[in-house]
Design a protein around this ligand. Structure first.
Ligand code: ADP
Ligand code: MG
Length: 221
């Protein structure tokens, strides 16, 4: 079973993973209401069970309420075709309206249950915002992994290793490590089999926050 980005972000928010303020919207009116609540620059994001929405026109930054109206109108009901939907695409029935972040850098973070080795693998890469499968194929050294035994929790030295792998500095290290622990908590608490945050970003304020969320649950859990 998998869930939408906004549902994943609700789990993140409830468990201490920093995410932008955001609300789901099922109509243009709801999108405008959400944007008013947020106030300021918003992102209008198609909610479908597939990634690659940005490139397919499913993620738009709106500078005004009027632009939220325009983008919500354009994206709701549209069939989005991304590299993950297959040629038939997926119809957008809901949106996430969220606060636009001031992005300094985009990273990738992921946790998987690797049954072939019977361990969890927590990985990060500086090559965020792009297709991680491509990175894995062309530059495998750019994905840094730590493995966790099934009975273990994320260890402090592992969290530091992940932070250093991303080149975090100063306050970013503290913020990054806190976010990694919180992500691990969510993974364990909800019996996830896969969690991907692409991108995990550093903001201009040096906070490390999750801008996307993909979560699959272990059906055997
Ligand atoms: P997908 O992976 O389906 O393309 P994302 O949620 O990763 O969708 O969004 C695509 C891109 O849009 C991100 O890499 C990021 O650059 C930008 N983006 C997404 N959410 C926000 C946000 N809240 N603020 C600013 N930029 C965003
Ligand atoms: Mg993404």
């Amino acid at each position: 079973m998998n869930i939408h980005e906004y549902q994943g972000k609700n789990l993140f928010r409830e468990n201490g993973v920093p995410v932008p303020e955001g609300y789901p919207a099922f109509s243009v009116e709801e999108a405008i209401e959400a944007a008013k609540k947020i106030g300021g620059k918003c992102v209008v994001k198609a909610q479908i069970h597939a990634g690659g929405r940005g490139k397919a026109g499913g993620v738009k930054i709106a500078n005004s309420i009027e632009e939220v109206r325009i983008y919500a109108n354009e994206i709701l009901g549209k069939t989005l075709i991304t590299h993950q939907t297959g040629p038939e695409g997926k119809i957008v029935q809901r949106l996430l309206i969220e606060e636009a972040s001031n992005i300094k850098k985009e990273f990738y973070a992921g946790i998987v249950l690797d049954r072939s080795i019977g361990k969890y693998v927590f990985m990060v890469s500086t090559e965020g915002g792009v297709e991680i499968e491509q990175v894995a194929e062309q530059y495998p050294e750019k994905i840094v992994k730590v493995t966790l035994e099934p009975w273990q929790n994320l260890q402090p030295y592992q969290a530091r290793r992940l932070a250093f792998a991303l080149g975090l500095k100063g306050n970013q290290i503290k913020s990054g490590i806190k976010t990694f622990y919180a992500l691990w908590d969510v993974f364990k608490k909800y019996d996830c089999s896969l969690m991907e945050i692409n991108p995990l970003v550093i903001t201009k304020e040096d906070d490390v926050i999750a801008l996307d969320s993909k979560i699959n649950f272990d059906d055997n859990a």
